[in-house]
Design a binder for this molecule. Structure first.
Ligand code: SIN
Length: 460
């Protein structure tokens, strides 16, 4: 296997053929990243920051070109893809600032003849493995803090969506970031995991993707005790309580559930609605969901694009059939859902859902919204927490006691209260339990790329 066909999921046409990076070349690239690290770590923080800002300027300048690549290789509707470029760039801009804020401290010593100084140093060469659902944002969320910290980085983009990464890396070089400090390799996930984890040069592996693959990478990384950051799967619950603003809840449910056709780790996967507002919520949700235009992301007004591939489609169909078998009521028939063919699925609301359904306990990655009712909030909390995942959760209530009770009770790293879009470059994104460890974004997001060293000086 030496060639990679990059497909457009809307048409299944090949849009580009790329050469795979062979193993030897990948190792040479890692060595070059190591050499580049010796000088990049010496570049002062203000200059690193200036280069990141220049990269961000170029990304802004090339926003439409990058968005088109995202739509072509990932299927994301063009307007949403433009939003992703802005989101991706907000990480570059945020970490251009944070480069200048890598502070140390002094510690009072237990003797007047001693001083203790603490400083942060870059960890070294980073190997990054990124997913197809955010071909720009999941790259910059890792590359920008790594470079800001003084690390160099080799990134393995998803084989479905390498073109956006290639262009982002070219723009970084154009901005004056040394070529060997920021590189990409075209490899399968398995090969990249092995090469990065077996390399004695790579000091850190950062990954966004499934929990299954994350476990494998953690196992490999344990052999050389590598520092890892893992942003893994989710199964986000969304609770709509009896006192919620139903219209707001419906709009924000759509914002989280149908973002990227339901293919994000933080999409609401399962919805719990208080029985007293169930009917109103389902009627309003169904009306708006059926109005979402599905099609090729380059076509005007399309808000739900294709799924990434047939495997993704089959998984979602399986969940829909399973839900129907277990008593779920579909807001549109299976043939209507599949009417457009190819990788397209029309969004559907599934009422009368129950915990036995796959859609309520397996990550979906597709445009289906299963809704179950509850009468006691404590039952909803218990069901929401009854999973090995802990990435994102949402709830809707206008009562601040209920709101803070839910915030404190839900075992999730990212929580949206009356908010279906909590992600932001300035906030620490990441999961609890088997959704991974480490945080990306915010002041926390640069820490994984830094080592803490202290100096104890005697005989002062
Ligand atoms: C993801 O799906 O992994 C990322 C979503 C986000 O950053 O909002």
């Amino acid at each position: 296997m030496t060639k990679l066909d990059v497909l457009n999921p809307a048409t299944n046409e090949v849009i580009k053929i790329l050469e795979y990076t062979d193993e030897q070349t990948a190792h040479r690239q890692i060595e070059r990243a190591h050499e580049a690290f010796q000088s990049w770590k010496q570049v002062d923080a203000h200059e690193r920051s200036a280069k990141l800002f220049e990269w961000a300027r170029l990304v802004d300048e090339h926003k439409n070109e990058l968005a088109k690549l995202i739509t072509q290789e990932g299927g994301k509707p063009y307007k949403e893809a433009q939003g992703e470029v802005d989101y991706a760039n907000s990480y570059i801009k945020w970490y251009a600032e944070e480069a200048k804020r890598i502070y140390g401290r002094t510690i009072p010593a237990n003797s007047s003849s001693k001083k203790i100084i603490v400083q942060k140093f870059p960890v070294g060469v980073v190997g990054a493995i990124t997913p197809w659902n955010f071909p720009a944002a999941m790259i910059t969320r890792k590359m920008a803090p790594a470079l800001a910290a003084g690390c160099t980085i080799v990134c393995k983009p998803a084989t479905q969506t390498p073109l956006t990464t290639i262009r982002l890396v070219e723009l970084a070089h154009e901005a004056g970031i040394p070529e060997d400090a920021i590189q990409y390799v075209i490899l399968s996930g398995k090969d990249a995991g092995e090469i990065f984890n077996e390399s004695p040069i790579i000091q850190k592996v950062t990954f966004t993707g499934s929990t299954q693959v994350g476990k494998k990478l953690i196992e490999q990384a344990s052999q050389s005790v590598k520092n890892v950051t893992m942003e893994l799967g989710g199964l986000a619950p969304l609770i709509v309580h009896e006192d919620a603003n139903v219209d707001l809840a419906v709009d924000q449910t759509i914002a989280t559930k149908f973002r990227n056709a339901g293919q994000t780790c933080i999409c609401a996967n399962r919805i719990y609605v208080h029985e007293s507002i169930e009917q109103e919520y389902i009627e309003k949700l169904t009306e708006k969901v059926h109005a979402l235009k599905v099609g090729n992301g380059m076509d005007e007004d399309v808000v739900v694009g294709p799924l990434i591939n047939q495997e993704g489609v089959n998984k979602v169909i399986d969940q829909i059939k399973d839900a129907e078998d277990k008593g779920g009521q579909l807001s549109r028939s299976l043939s209507d859902i599949q009417e457009l063919g190819g990788n397209f699925l029309k969004p559907v609301v599934i009422s009368n859902a129950n915990q036995e359904m796959k859609a309520m306990h397996e990550e979906t990655f597709g445009p289906i919204a299963p809704v179950m009712t509850y009468s006691d909030l404590e039952d909803a909390i218990q069901m929401a927490n009854d999973t090995e995942f802990g990435l994102a959760a949402y709830f809707f209530t206008n009562d601040y006691h209920t709101g803070f009770h839910l915030y404190e009770s839900l075992d999730y790293g990212v929580i949206g209260w009356n908010d279906g879009g909590p992600s932001a470059a300035h906030a620490p994104f990441g999961g609890m339990k088997q959704s991974g460890y480490g945080r990306e974004g915010g002041i926390e997001g640069i820490e994984p790329y830094l080592e803490t060293k202290y100096l104890s000086i005697g005989d002062m």
